[in-house]
Design a protein around this ligand. Structure first.
Ligand code: PNW
Length: 468
């Protein structure tokens, strides 16, 4: 039995705080064409040479589709009390719409039953980027209003089938990442270096076209919320999981804090702000010559359908700001070329973002319940001669971030749980299997799993419900 903390000060989280880990379907399942599954845009994208580092793909990935029982046992052994997984839409509707595929649904029935059996609460994400290829071929994917409509049908169907056992749903994961990366390609400057983030379906639309795509994704979210409410039991809880762009104040002082809040609101105008306010900001509407998005008042109401919680993926600061006398009242400051990053090149390091993100979600939008739906980092992990995996940098990262989250909850910010990305090393999109985010190591030749040092840290934090 471990001794309790030797340090002073209360580092506990509120009672009932969930200690979760997260994954997504395409990144771990494999079995890409089994049991009637349809092709997704990520199957197509990864099968196209040149798109993924070393031309890797998710055909087999962690083979979780066949090893889910072992994986659930591992989740239990690392002390997770909740698990956020995603459902592959093309397993359920191989053509995007039409006839459901019972074998695809059965996989998630088995997974959910195994989780409940292990005492782990299932949290399901309905869209973690693996759009049915058929919807891309028929309608250009999220470029068309047909895709949000199809998404709502799928969401309602899943909620009806799993609703007796799954009580929490996230509609869409990281609108920003798959819209900007997949439909335009993101150019990012980190520490003086330019980075490009891409993804499926790999289009390069204009700014104006992109705004219409964004609009269709938030509309899809709103329609899905309504469909879930219509088909699932009354106690079902629903929200989204967005990687909001967080403006971090340079100085903790009221003027800076307010400037940062305004900057965060504007930086998320096309996604979180419209979903939580039911309106696009004036500045957002004026961009791209005011041409787009085209929308109706009815659509805005749907987009802002009331939610039970707000889910945020928190990895890095989006920008740093200070107040300004010039409109819009804040000024973005340059990020120093020596600012540290974690192993992933985009991953600017600043644990304070884990304090400001939920605090701003509460102060800007009065959120009553918040989940940290992802947080974690990649590291250059390897199995040491003694068989263990010593990811000291990840332990540092997690302790620093959770320390800031605990600071927020101790001030009354209503965060109900934390999901670490990721349960296991997995297919990290365009970076293939090179960027390891897991707290369980995976040997991609043998598919053997080994919990890392960070998993020991996580288990102890979960056991004590505290930063350790
Ligand atoms: C998220 N950024 O993506 C996704 O939800 C996961 O599927 C992914 O594996 C994980 O985070 C790690 O990358 C992100 O540029 C993509 O800040 C880009 C960023 C953050 C998260």
């Amino acid at each position: 039995m471990a001794t309790e903390s030797a340090t002073s000060g209360d580092r506990h989280f509120p009672d009932g705080f969930r200690w979760g880990v997260a994954t997504s379907s395409y990144q771990i399942e494999g079995a890409w064409d089994e049991d009637g599954k349809g092709v997704s845009i990520w199957d197509t994208y990864a099968h196209t040479p040149g798109n993924i580092r070393n031309d890797e793909n998710g055909d087999v990935a962690n083979d979780h589709y066949h090893r889910y029982e072992e994986d659930v046992a591992l989740l239990k052994s690392i002390g997770a009390t909740a698990y956020r997984f995603s459902i592959a839409w093309p397993r359920i509707f191989p053509e995007g719409t039409g006839e459901p595929n019972p074998k695809g649904l059965d996989f998630y029935n088995r997974l959910v039953d195994a989780l409940l059996e292990a005492g782990i609460e299932p949290f399901a994400t309905l869209y973690h980027w693996d759009l049915p290829q058929a919807l891309h071929d028929r309608h250009g994917g999220w470029q068309s209003i047909e895709t949000p409509k199809a998404f709502a049908e799928y969401a309602g169907y899943v909620a009806a089938q799993l609703g007796d056992r799954v009580k929490h749903y996230f509609t869409i994961n990281e609108f920003r990442s798959f819209v900007e990366g997949g439909y335009q390609v993101v150019d990012m400057e980190i520490g003086g270096k330019m980075l490009q983030l891409g993804g499926a379906p790999g289009l390069r639309l204009s700014d104006s076209e992109l705004k219409q795509v964004r609009h269709h994704t938030v509309l899809g979210h709103g329609l899905a919320v309504q469909a879930i409410r219509a088909h699932a039991p009354a106690e079902t809880k629903v929200g989204f999981a967005e990687n909001l762009h967080v403006a971090v104040p340079v100085i903790d002082e009221p003027g800076h804090v307010k400037a940062a809040e305004q900057a965060t609101r504007e930086a998320n105008a096309g996604f979180m702000t419209v979903m939580l306010e039911g309106a696009y900001t004036d500045a957002y509407l004026a961009e791209a010559g005011g041409e787009t998005p085209r929308f109706t008042d009815e659509e805005l109401k749907t987009i802002a359908s009331p939610l039970d919680f707000v889910g945020i993926n928190v990895y890095r600061p989006g920008l740093y700001v200070e107040p300004s006398d010039e409109p819009p009242g804040y000024r973005e400051i340059p990020i120093n070329v020596s600012h540290p990053t974690m192993q992933a090149s985009w991953h600017l390091f600043d644990p304070e973002v884990m304090y400001w993100a939920p605090r701003q979600v509460q102060s800007l939008w009065d959120a009553k319940s918040i989940f940290i739906t992802e947080n974690g980092c990649a590291a250059a992990d390897a199995v040491a001669a003694d068989g263990r995996v010593y990811d000291s940098d990840r332990v540092m990262f997690l302790r620093a971030c959770l320390g800031q989250l605990q600071r927020a909850t101790s001030e009354g910010v209503p965060v109900g749980g934390y999901f670490l990305w990721s349960a296991q090393d997995n297919f990290e999109w365009i970076y293939g299997y090179g960027d390891r985010f897991g707290i369980i190591y995976v040997d991609f030749d043998t598919l053997e799993r080994t919990p890392k040092l960070s998993a020991e840290w996580f288990r102890e934090a979960a056991r004590r419900n505290a930063v350790v």
